[in-house]
Design a protein around this ligand. Structure first.
Ligand code: AMP
Length: 418
């Protein structure tokens, strides 16, 4: 029979190996700590959702459909792997009755998201996000609060040089009139825009402002700015959010080209980049207010604000900026036993585990070879057991740093490891 090729990982996904995990764990811990410090509670929602939930609320419908991992299950249900968490978190807020309790409800989620994007460095088909949502309040103070959480998380992950970009995109009171102005501005320029932008001009003119096409760039500077055309409540909220961010000591720049493509996004939009990042780079975290989302999902109208941060990207930036996390050895103690002493070795290990992490080397190798492995694993102590020592319930304890070695009774070992 021909030998088949070994089966490799699916395109666009990757393993996070034990050597990768310390940096990840540091930023995951920072995320949970900062969120909890602000009174946010953890929520876990399923990775699979109904396709309709995602498509009804998805960003720029074409892009979402193109990037969506969709499939039919065995019962013929049309399902999707979630491309982001917010739609599911809002669904869970209503289905779980969280809308009945005190508002706002402050939630955070950490988990994998899936997008059928073209894989490239920093872009994966399975990637991981921190998602922070404050649901059930229109207060601009919460916009500033989630921005402070994002900044706190990135700082505590060791990324201190950050650039925060901020904008307001108004609401359904002031935005329609602004969009007419924007179209009036762009219509005479239509023939000079990229073909995709020409399509957007009537369908989704706001997206002309964040067009990445070179030929569209010269026209942006003279385009009308929505922050000059906000209704009074939106203008008040815009001023309020900026005052609160100033008071929190967080620097930002107003980026009038920062937008979102769907009607349910309202008012505040923001993105965090590493300081000095070029415009083509991915944001570390992106968020804003989405007062129209609950209704788009078919629930009662409910204001909310939040952000999603990308762990993959954050870990890359941590590594590039020299953030070091000391990787703990797999085990503090390695127990090495002569052949036939497995039961004794397991018992000594059990005793040592009261105070330390312990691995047992059960392999049929020489003591010298086992000692070399223990050293490579980074063990601080080695406990050796021979056929002669085991019946007397004694072992040799070696301190790997000093090389000191002594015979000790099994029950004394934990004190020596303290
Ligand atoms: P978004 O949900 O598109 O606003 O993205 C929020 C964050 O998730 C971004 O700032 C990225 O850091 C991260 N992200 C989005 N898509 C991917 C991807 N395909 N691979 C890795 N990280 C991603």
């Amino acid at each position: 029979m021909p030998r088949s090729e070994p089966i490799k990982a699916v395109r666009g996904v990757r393993d996070l190996l034990p050597r990768d995990r310390p940096l990840w764990r540091a930023t995951e811990r920072a995320a949970a700590e900062v969120a909890m410090r602000f009174g946010y509670q953890e929520i876990v929602t399923p990775i699979i959702e109904h396709v309709e939930l995602i498509e009804r609320v998805g960003e720029d419908t074409d892009a979402v459909s193109k990037e969506l991992y969709r499939f039919e299950d065995r019962g013929g249900r049309k399902l999707a792997l979630r491309p982001e968490a917010t739609a599911g978190v809002v669904r869970a807020y209503f289905e779980g009755g969280l809308n009945q309790g005190p508002q706002p409800v402050r939630l955070y989620l950490v988990g994998p998201m899936f997008r059928y994007d073209r894989p490239q460095k920093g872009r994966y088909r399975q990637f991981y996000q921190l998602d922070v949502e404050a649901i059930g309040s229109a207060s601009p103070a919460l916009d500033a609060e989630v921005i402070e959480i994002a900044a706190g998380w990135l700082h505590e992950s060791g990324i201190s040089a950050l650039s925060l970009q901020l904008n307001s995109i108004g609401d359904d009171v002031c935005r329609p009139a602004y969009l007419e102005r924007l179209k009036d501005y762009y219509r005479p320029l239509k023939g000079r825009l990229h073909a995709d932008s020409q399509l957007r001009l009537e369908r989704n003119p706001l997206r002309l402002l964040d067009s990445k096409f070179a030929q569209d760039q010269p026209f942006k500077v003279d385009a009308p700015r929505i922050t000059d055309h906000l209704c009074e409540p939106c203008a008040d909220a815009w001023a309020h959010v900026r005052r609160l961010i100033d008071a929190a000591g967080i620097e930002y720049v107003h980026n009038p080209y920062l937008v979102r493509g769907l009607d349910y996004y309202t008012r505040t939009v923001f993105e965090f980049y590493p300081a000095g990042a070029s415009g083509q780079q991915d944001a570390l975290a992106a968020g804003g207010r989405y007062d129209g989302l609950a209704e788009a999902e078919g629930w009662p109208s409910t204001p909310a604000v939040g952000f999603a941060g990308g762990f993959d990207r954050v870990v890359d930036v941590m590594a590039a900026s020299g953030v070091e996390v000391i990787a703990a050895a797999a085990a503090d103690v390695v127990v090495l036993a002569d052949g036939g002493q497995e039961i004794a070795a397991a018992e000594v290990a059990r005793i040592c585990r009261r105070v330390r992490s312990v691995a047992v080397d059960y392999e049929a190798k020489s003591l010298a070879a086992k000692m070399r492995s223990a050293n490579k694993l980074g063990a601080r102590w080695v406990v050796m057991l021979s056929a002669e020592e085991a019946p007397r319930r004694v072992a040799r304890l070696r301190d790997m740093a000093s090389g000191e070695q002594a015979e000790v009774s099994w029950d004394e070992v934990p004190e020596r490891l303290a």
